[in-house]
Design a binder for this molecule. Structure first.
Ligand code: NI
Length: 519
């Protein structure tokens, strides 16, 4: 018993150092320790054995990672979800969305409803997105009683914490809590890891080599026998137990060692002697050498980089980000007839609100302001073709209509290097013959702000920010200074309502239909 406590103490010290290192506050060796005793010699710890069984789960904490793209859902189906995307890590962000969706689908299947993204009226407070630091480490009861995390009526609460940022490796912990009338009914955790650069992704359990786990189990079993609380719990069943299924947490020590916390489900899956004491979670501590044996390639890469500083969060424009518009409320703002001298300010405002847009350009204006078009592309926005001189294409001979499009495409390619993959026919005038000739999607709109009339700002804000529903395409014009002047307020209100502002490509996940009015 004494030996076990001592061992736990040593490990707690080691873990504390790991977590501090991630926030760059770990004392350098030789400096004073956390208690501030600079001159006291540290006791020399004997080396730990390769495998140690601890009868306690481990304390854990998040790390601070700037530059993440916060996500948040508030839905009348009783869903409150926060998570954070890692910019540029498309596969990781896709996996996060998938895991969140699985939880939502499980809830709506029970309720017999379908999930659709919602954007509540302003003020909704939904520009506050992403992880609330430390939230996944609170008790489930604390989480469901916090109105920032679980407003009244919430049945599914999802919270997050970044837990690892070392070298190119990033880990995010998600906690899923189901509750009814404030009473917690289930509580699960999933931690996802990725490697920037390769975009490799793994769920926590996938960092362990499943085929080798029976061997680890056998070793742990021998060690566990002397520990009172585990005696009887580990009566081996037929075949190897699914240790991996019940590792509720994987933590990397600062030296590359590994700590596996095994949850209650492990015991439930095992036959137990009737006289065995009630089981409690326990942990396995693997030395760095032993850890290498049981980790997958990605797990080993993480263990090897664990002492490195975070390589830094990639900066990726909103228009290039992974967005799942089945999950989050999306809106596509479109700006026609530019570019104009108002456009550079619009680009700044879009960037300040982490928002993307689609520009349907007039060929002759592109020829006059090519640099602005190049800037639109550099900022991650999408370009579309709005003809050379803004005629009604259906009133032109087919050849002339085709030339309007072709000349404009040539000007856009010349200005930006990008060939526009979308067309917006002026005045929304199109027909099937024209569509078949042009062979590019015609993108219309379902919210016409009538901004060309230069309405009072409050009217424009109402039509562009108050009226839209998720999936809408909004028509505006960046040639009108009244429009671009109202944009900061419009963007702020749309973000407050929870919208993600996307390009047309993002709205349709890359599969824009032949003729589109909305999603
Ligand atoms: Ni137009």
């Amino acid at each position: 018993m004494i030996r076990r406590r001592w061992m736990t103490g040593i490990l707690l010290v080691a873990l504390t150092a790991t977590l501090s290192a991630c926030t760059a506050t770990a004392p350098r060796s030789g400096q004073s320790d956390a208690e501030g005793h600079p001159d006291q010699p540290r006791p020399t710890a004997p080396p730990l054995p390769p495998l140690t069984v601890l009868d306690a789960s481990y304390p854990a904490a998040g790390v601070s990672v700037p530059g993440l793209r916060g996500q948040r859902i508030l839905n009348s189906a009783g869903i409150s979800a926060r998570w954070a995307d890692l910019p540029g890590a498309k596969e990781f962000n896709r996996k996060l969305a998938e895991v969140v969706k699985q939880q939502i689908e499980a809830l709506t299947a029970e309720l017999g409803t379908d999930y659709t993204p919602e954007a509540p009226p302003a003020p909704a407070g939904l520009s506050d997105r992403g992880c609330v630091p430390g939230s996944t480490f609170r008790s489930a009861e604390q989480i469901v009683s916090d109105p920032d995390l679980a407003p009244p009526g919430t049945a599914l609460t999802i919270v997050c914490d970044p837990v690892l940022a070392a070298g190119p490796h990033f880990g995010e912990r998600l906690r899923f809590i189901r509750s009814h009338g404030g009473q917690v009914t289930s509580d699960t955790v999933e931690t996802l890891y990725t490697e920037t650069g390769t975009d490799r992704v793994a769920r926590e359990a996938e960092l362990l080599d499943a085929e080798r786990l029976p061997d680890l189990y056998q070793q742990a079993e021998k060690l566990a026998a002397p520990i009172g609380q585990l005696t009887g719990a580990l009566t081996p069943p037929e075949g190897a137990p699914l240790l991996r299924d019940h590792v509720s947490a994987i933590q990397f020590g600062p030296d590359g060692s590994l700590l596996l916390t095994v949850d209650q489900g492990f015991f439930a899956a095992h036959p137990r002697r009737e006289d065995a004491p009630p089981p409690t979670p326990f942990s396995l501590r693997l030395s760095p050498q032993l850890a290498q044996k049981y980790l997958t390639d990605l797990g080993r890469a993480i263990a090897s980089s664990i002492a490195q500083p975070w390589a830094g969060t990639p900066q990726v424009n909103a228009g290039q980000a992974f967005v799942d518009c089945d999950l989050v409320p999306c809106l596509a703002l479109t700006f026609d007839d530019g570019p104009s001298s108002n456009t550079p300010q619009l680009l700044q405002d879009l960037a300040a609100h982490d928002s993307a847009a689609t520009f349907f350009l007039i060929g002759k204006n592109v020829a006059a302001l090519p640099q602005v078009v190049a800037d639109e592309v550099a900022a991650g926005h999408q370009l579309g073709n709005h003809t050379w001189g803004h005629p009604s294409l259906t009133k032109l001979p087919l050849e002339a209509a085709s030339k309007e499009i072709a000349d404009t495409t040539a000007a856009i390619v010349s200005a930006s290097g990008v060939s526009p993959a979308l067309v917006r026919p002026p005045y929304g005038d199109w027909n099937q013959v024209l569509q078949e000739r042009i062979q590019l999607p015609f993108v219309l709109w379902d919210i016409d702000t009538q901004d060309w009339r230069e309405p009072p700002e409050e009217d424009l804000i109402r039509s562009a920010a108050t009226d839209p529903d998720p999936g809408d395409i909004v028509l505006m014009h960046d040639i009108h200074a009244t429009t671009t002047a109202a944009i900061p307020k419009i963007l702020a209100q749309l973000r407050d309502r929870g919208f993600t502002l996307v390009t047309i490509d993002q709205l349709f996940d890359g599969a824009v239909p032949e003729v589109a009015y909305s999603r």
